[in-house]
Design a protein around this ligand. Structure first.
Ligand code: GAP
Length: 464
């Protein structure tokens, strides 16, 4: 069974309408990508799976949709204005800009640049004479910190007083709404606020397709709790993350924990879940024990009390936050790599199949008249009936084998063929994508059968 390389996946996504280059007709814009019709559906289905797992199936769990643009004081309080930066340096020979930590880690995978200070990184690069990946020489400027936030102006005059930022993470929208959710949902600790939305970072390093982009989507989840419950919840969300990825179809052997040695100033503990991409292990989730840092800072900068009143004990305190954050575009990429296989069939034939969990498949059923002229009208009736319940496609062009193959390649779990039996007896042939086995079913049972197959797949994989 063959798996895809990164280049092959980019071509595959383009060929079938999953992902296109951003602004393609103008030559593109580096590190931007547009999701096509099938990609948008798959992405929405991953969002729905996250909602099911995190919002629907957990107690005291609420989703919000905060604005991308926020009062700039939010970013002072969060520390992003002062310290959300990458250490950059330029090659003096070819003028290419690099991240110092990436230069080091790519040169020596045991070096661990994350644990080095800025001065230590520069000394390491100079001592080892690390060559520029573009021109091969080793002649660099000093390291400078480069803020990753995209700034923009509101209003008509350009002045620093009008500078606002495109959010670099969703989390702050959840923190500034903590009191609103607490009050309106009449909830108590521990409770969680989740949000799916865009984030923007002025990343300068190349992206590995959608792995590192300047505009991306996060599914962030913040659990507010009492100090003392934080460690247990942190451990819980590390495990829950792996379960969620298994639910999506990512197996244990392609996932690993990566505990952080060097912690952000606010964090008590931090751990990523990495997926094994063709280019190596890459972070798709992060779980962080953020202590009471965020709410304390927002209390300080807004002047509004962030204290929680515990009606049982009579205590007042600022809650701790356990954050579990998921990168949607990276998960999409992992799901595509994991699902794609090229299988050998009989007589040297091969087929490409996207073995997506049916709940994630962009299209659930492909309706096919065996012969367009004879069976087209009846097939259209079945298609009209099915699309009230599922995302369905209708394909009458080309021979039936080719039409099956196209459905397999885009991950459609069921194909329904309309033939003489359907005209005479209202019976269709239903083909399973993975086994390629076919069964006959009366039209009247079709909807319930497919619903059950999809639901069984969700419940058998959703371990609570
Ligand atoms: N609120 C915490 C936070 O934003 P992060 O580790 O910086 O934490 C969370 O980002 C997740 O967002 C990452 O695990 C990753 O999956 C995704 N992510 C971060 N930067 C990204 C980028 N430039 N392109 C695509 N996804 C990105």
């Amino acid at each position: 069974m063959k798996k895809l390389s990164m280049e092959e996946l980019v071509a595959f996504c383009n060929q079938y309408g999953f992902i296109f280059q951003g602004s393609e007709i103008y030559g593109g814009l580096a590190n931007t990508w547009d999701y096509g019709p099938l990609g948008t559906r798959l992405k929405n289905n991953i969002k729905d799976a996250w909602r099911y797992y995190f919002i629907q199936n957990r107690d005291n769990s609420f989703e919000i949709d905060a604005d991308i643009l926020m009062n700039p004081t939010v970013w002072e309080a969060s520390g992003h204005i002062s310290s959300f930066s990458d250490p950059l340096l330029d090659c003096k020979e070819c003028k290419t800009r690099h991240r110092a930590d990436n230069l080091i880690n790519d040169f020596d995978s045991t070096a661990n640049a994350d644990a080095m200070t800025q001065d230590e990184m520069l000394t390491f690069i100079q001592d080892k004479k690390i060559p520029c990946p573009k021109c091969g020489k080793s002649n660099y400027t000093d390291i400078r910190q480069f803020n990753l936030m995209f700034a923009t102006q509101r209003g008509v005059t350009q002045s620093s007083a009008n500078t606002i930022y495109l959010r670099p993470e969703n989390a702050q929208g959840e923190y500034v709404n903590y009191l609103n959710v607490l009050r309106t949902m009449r909830t108590k600790l521990p409770f969680s606020i989740g949000q799916i939305g865009k984030a923007f970072r002025n990343e300068i390093t190349p992206g590995n397709f959608t792995f590192r982009t300047i505009e991306f989507e996060q599914m962030e989840y913040q659990t507010f709790c009492k100090k003392g419950n934080d460690e247990e919840l942190y451990d819980f969300f590390k495990v829950y993350g792996i379960k969620f990825f298994n639910f999506l179809g990512l197996p244990e052997e392609h996932l690993r924990y990566h505990d952080h040695e060097k912690l952000a100033h606010y964090a008590k503990a931090a751990c990523d879940i990495d997926y094994l991409f063709p280019f190596g292990w890459g972070e798709i989730n992060g779980t962080h024990n953020r202590t009471d840092f965020d709410l304390t800072r927002h209390q300080e900068f807004s002047g509004k009390s962030m204290e929680y009143f515990d009606a049982v004990t009579g205590e007042k305190y600022i809650p701790y936050i356990i954050e579990s954050t998921y990168g949607l575009d990276r998960i999409f990429l992992a799901v595509m790599f994991e699902s794609f296989v090229e299988e050998e069939l009989e007589k040297g034939d091969t087929r490409q199949v996207l073995k997506l969990n049916p709940m994630l498949a962009p299209i659930k059923v492909n309706v096919l008249p065996l012969m367009k002229n004879k069976h087209g009208e009846k097939a259209m009736e079945v298609y009209q009936m099915l699309r009230k319940h599922f995302m369905v496609s209708y394909d009458e062009a080309g021979n039936i084998g080719k039409r099956y193959r196209r459905g397999d390649a885009i991950g459609t779990p069921f194909a329904v063929t309309i033939d003489e039996n359907t005209i005479n007896q209202d019976v269709v042939t239903l083909r399973d994508r993975d086994t390629m086995k076919q069964i006959n079913l009366p039209i009247s049972e079709l909807v319930e059968y497919i619903k059950k197959e999809i639901n069984d797949c969700i419940s058998s994989k959703s371990e609570k």
